[in-house]
Write a protein that binds this ligand. Structure first.
Ligand SMILES: [Cu+2]
Length: 470
């Protein structure tokens, strides 16, 4: 394709004001300062482009949790976006920051949103110190626009800007990521979502449309750079590069139809579980499914490189939404530790305290006490490292981290109001409560224990270097 001088001048002419508008839009998206539905896709103010980009009334804009949607401009009927690959300072949650790579200042990069049939022109400026490229994951396009460095195009060298241009011939939930040194570039955060709305509208009108991109990070305790060499044992499991409790809640009004678009560019498959409803899976990387293919689930496996659209009618309450791999709802934790569950460590503790004053033996009765110790401040973790479980609910510690957030549905929300409504007040008689503090309470039916004495195991020296390595 050709970019005329006038188009380039248009960008340059808008240059003075566009970055400000971009920042304004970013602030809106990032902090959700207004927390009401923004215009579909605000055009940079002061643009000299011939056409303007009014809010696109053809669809409900996607709400990228903790993220934002990239503004576009219309130039001669073409939707123009400008992505910038660059290093970004990122916070996973207060207490954990890292130097990551992303787009236009954030990881994930901003969501791209368009409508089936649109012609899009996407500039990609490389401000990294190595080459990159952009693959439009799942999009049907000419081979030369597919973004595989070395195969479909030359690599984009530092400082260069490449242009991609194609017509959107499909609709659904898609993603973008580099296809150059991708093991490193994706491991440190370069990815985003590409949402294409159907030209003919939705079969069921969508009131709230959320986007969540799953990822994993090896940010070793006390470090500030994600380690790209790690293949399985990650420290942070994120939704839109955030961990609980920094992940925003998904908010809806009772009875509204909600869609959650989940994409996975991590290195693990994630069974995504929703409480409170049986949602319908209505689409995948293969696009929006015809209605006869929709199926009810409460957990949907979103495999590596896949997307899934989950739709439901909102039911009042506070409902957990999380990956069901329970280690993925934890923050940084060592996995090569001896199992102390059920082990009486009282003697050991006294012995170790002689060498290490203040040492605490933990884990005998479970790990829930970890959050109490870290919350109370007398167990200090490594620098720049989140405790493995965090978060306070209305009834105590939430003991979660990682891929966990809450769907908050209320009867009295205004349309388009995304503000956190606080905790749900359960109507009288609809909440579990304590009826006895006596462990011998009641006469529950129980099975007899196995007959005979418990086996006595001869103590064997344990070679911990062999643990978890098969
Ligand atoms: Cu998971």
């Amino acid at each position: 394709m050709k970019v005329s001088r006038r188009h380039m001048f248009g960008w340059a002419g808008a240059g003075a004001l566009a970055p400000l508008a971009l920042w304004a839009q970013r602030a809106l998206g990032q902090d959700h300062a207004a927390d009401t539905m923004p215009a579909a896709a605000a055009e940079p103010a002061g643009s000299q482009a011939k056409a303007t980009a009014p809010a696109d009334a053809r669809y409900t804009p996607v709400r990228t949790l903790n993220g934002w949607t990239l503004p576009y401009r219309m130039v001669d009927g073409v939707k123009e976006f400008h992505l910038v690959a660059e290093e970004v300072e990122h916070e996973f949650a207060p207490g954990s920051r890292a130097k990551c790579w992303g787009y236009n200042g954030t990881t994930p990069g901003p969501t791209l949103e368009a409508v089936e049939g649109d012609r899009v022109r996407i500039y990609l400026t490389n401000r990294l110190r190595e080459h990159t490229s952009m693959h439009w994951h799942g999009l049907l396009l000419p081979s030369g626009m597919d973004g595989v460095s070395g195969l479909s195009q030359p690599p984009i060298k530092p400082g260069e800007t490449f242009v991609y241009e194609f017509t959107l011939r499909q609709h659904g939930t898609h993603m973008y990521h580099p296809h150059a040194d991708e093991m490193v570039q994706m491991a440190v955060g370069m990815m985003g979502m590409f949402i294409i709305h159907p030209r003919s509208g939705e079969p069921e009108p969508i009131d709230r449309d959320y986007a969540v991109l799953l990822h994993n990070w090896a940010l070793h305790p006390g470090t500030y750079r994600p380690d790209p060499s790690v293949m399985q044992d990650f420290d942070l499991w994120t939704m839109n590069s955030k961990v609980f409790p920094a992940i925003e809640p998904m908010v809806a009004r009772s009875g509204e139809r909600v869609r959650v678009r989940v994409g996975n560019l991590s290195m693990w498959n994630h069974p995504i579980h929703m409480h409170g409803v049986q949602f319908l899976v209505t689409g995948s990387d293969g696009g929006r499914w015809t209605r006869n293919l929709w199926r009810p689930e409460v957990t949907e496996l979103v495999g590596v490189g896949q997307t899934r659209d989950l739709e439901f009618v909102a039911v009042p309450g506070d409902w957990a939404f999380h990956c069901h791999m329970s280690h993925h709802t934890m923050n940084a934790m060592g996995h090569e530790v001896p199992n102390t569950l059920g082990v009486d460590q009282s003697g050991v503790e006294a012995e170790i305290r002689k060498l290490l004053p203040g040492y605490m033996a933990m884990g005998r009765d479970g790990m829930a006490e970890h959050q109490e110790h870290t919350d109370s401040g007398h167990m200090q973790g490594p620098e720049n490292t989140l405790p493995m479980m965090m978060g306070q609910g209305p009834h105590g510690n939430l003991e979660m981290g990682g891929m966990f957030t809450v769907i908050k549905v209320r009867d009295d929300l205004a349309r388009g109001d995304y503000r956190d409504p606080g905790w749900y007040a359960n109507p009288k008689g609809t909440q579990a409560y304590c009826i006895s503090t006596d462990p011998e309470f009641g006469s529950p039916v129980r099975r007899a224990a196995v007959s005979g004495p418990a086996p006595t195991l001869k103590a064997q020296p344990v070679d911990h270097s062999k643990m978890n390595h098969g």
